[in-house]
Design a protein around this ligand. Structure first.
Ligand SMILES: NC(=O)c1ccc[n+]([C@@H]2O[C@H](COP(=O)([O-])OP(=O)(O)OC[C@H]3O[C@@H](n4cnc5c(N)ncnc54)[C@H](O)[C@@H]3O)[C@@H](O)[C@H]2O)c1
Length: 391
């Protein structure tokens, strides 16, 4: 059998070693990653890439990782650094390009959320992964919290669910792309909460009605507030409201959660308070790695073992579809948007937009978008972390 790029990486990296990685994107979040990686047991930063070379150099200096190479492209450091993987912390518009450069160079990628600005672009990345045989995992780092895992166990004891509510109220000032985008809450932040409800319940979104707006005092150009009601496959509802310009009584970045079902209710304040009002549940809280460190741990172990992580690219498409469907609904005055229809429209757009023949033929070979995202990655073992998160 011909070796895929993924096979070559798994053979070249000695299990137990810290995975040598290139961090692409040395902005605010890139620096967080580089700092975490410099002290990580799972990976070591051997290269930092940014279009702005001075920024890459200052991130290396700030994190005290003097041996790391700096460059403006992956191609310039991939061989010299001995990197075996890439962590993509660029702006969302650059994710596709950087992921493609890495995957075509045979390097697995851990990509920051949101995977892509559109579901169509996300589907092109699923097809690219099929063509290259590599690994692309999305870092939905808010799945990795020990109290979320405890809340999830509590929710599992509630029986059939009627509803899950999440509220997110924050006042964040982060100048840059967020303050310019049309939907800074839904696209940049709610992707975490929408992905979390899929992790929490194991349920999938069917349709949404959403309204978004921008409060008069908002410092964002686009809509900083929204409310949305999702229909889930089980018949339960996910009721979400949020704002990024709420100056008082702020919730956790993880949002404030409440779920109720046939046998009781459970709540999580997004930090360390989990309540379960049923006799069936256990509230044991684990001590696994959290946030981006939890995400890295799962990525490094997937690269080493060849297994499929819970956020392998195709599993993330429905979280992104929740965001795009909510935006569409809001743009159409609260109209009900059906996720299955959005997925198929996105596949047509992906085929029309794709410039590489190999990726375009891969997209054309799918019977449907759902076929594309539900067919497991070629050559990788099935997901082992069905329970996910920080468990
Ligand atoms: N998981 C979380 O909690 C969390 C928090 C903050 C940001 N993020 C995500 O991290 C990513 C980066 O956010 P940020 O706040 O650091 O943005 P930023 O604008 O501060 O930094 C992005 C950097 O990427 C660089 N860049 C852009 N295109 C590039 C390319 N083609 N090649 C190399 N470098 C390129 C830019 O020069 C910039 O330095 C976004 O996807 C964001 O959504 C995640």
């Amino acid at each position: 059998m011909t070796a895929t790029p993924a096979d070559r990486i798994e053979q070249a990296w000695v299990p137990g070693d810290r995975l040598p990685v290139i961090v692409v994107g040395a902005g605010a979040m890139g620096l967080e990653w580089i700092r975490m990686l410099s002290a990580s047991a799972y990976a070591v930063p051997v290269g930092v890439v940014d279009l702005n070379l001075d920024l890459a150099a200052s991130a290396v200096a700030a994190a005290g990782i003097d041996g790391a190479l700096v460059a403006t492209s992956i191609a310039d450091v991939a061989e010299r650094s001995g990197a075996k993987a890439v962590i993509n912390v660029t702006v969302p518009q650059a994710h596709n390009t950087v992921n493609e450069q890495a995957l075509r160079a045979g390097l697995p990628v851990l990509c920051e959320k949101p995977l892509a600005p559109t579901v169509a672009e996300a589907l092109r990345q699923v097809a690219l992964v099929n063509v290259t045989g590599g690994l692309l995992m999305v870092s939905q780092s808010r799945r990795y919290f020990n109290h979320l895992a405890a809340f999830r166990r509590g929710v599992a004891g509630l029986g059939p669910l009627a509803a899950v509510h999440a509220q997110f109220y924050h006042a964040d000032h982060e100048p840059g792309f967020r303050e310019q985008m049309a939907h800074p809450l839904l696209v940049d932040m709610s992707i975490h909460h929408f992905d979390m409800v899929r992790y929490l319940t194991g349920d999938e979104p069917i349709a949404v009605r959403c309204s978004s707006w921008n409060p008069a005092w908002s410092w964002f150009a686009g809509d900083a507030a929204a409310s949305a009601e999702f229909e889930l496959a089980s018949g339960a509802r996910f009721i979400y409201s949020g704002s990024r310009c709420t100056p008082g009584l702020q919730t956790s970045w993880n949002a404030d959660w409440h779920a109720y079902g046939e046998f009781g209710a459970a709540a999580w304040n997004g930090d360390s308070v989990v309540q379960v009002d049923t006799t069936e549940s256990s509230l044991a809280v684990g001590e696994a790695s959290e946030g981006i460190e939890g995400s890295l741990e799962e990525f490094a172990s997937a690269v080493r073992s060849g297994t499929t992580p819970q956020n392998e690219v195709r599993a993330n498409v429905r979280s992104l579809a929740m965001v795009e469907a909510a935006v569409q609904s809001s743009d159409r005055g609260g109209e009900r948007v059906v996720i299955a229809e959005l997925l198929e429209e996105s596949l047509a757009r992906a085929i029309a937009d794709e410039l590489h023949d190999d990726v375009a033929s891969q997209l054309q070979s799918w019977a449907s978008a759902v076929d594309g995202i539900e067919t497991p990655a070629w050559g990788r073992a099935p997901a082992l972390i069905a329970s996910g998160g920080a468990e």
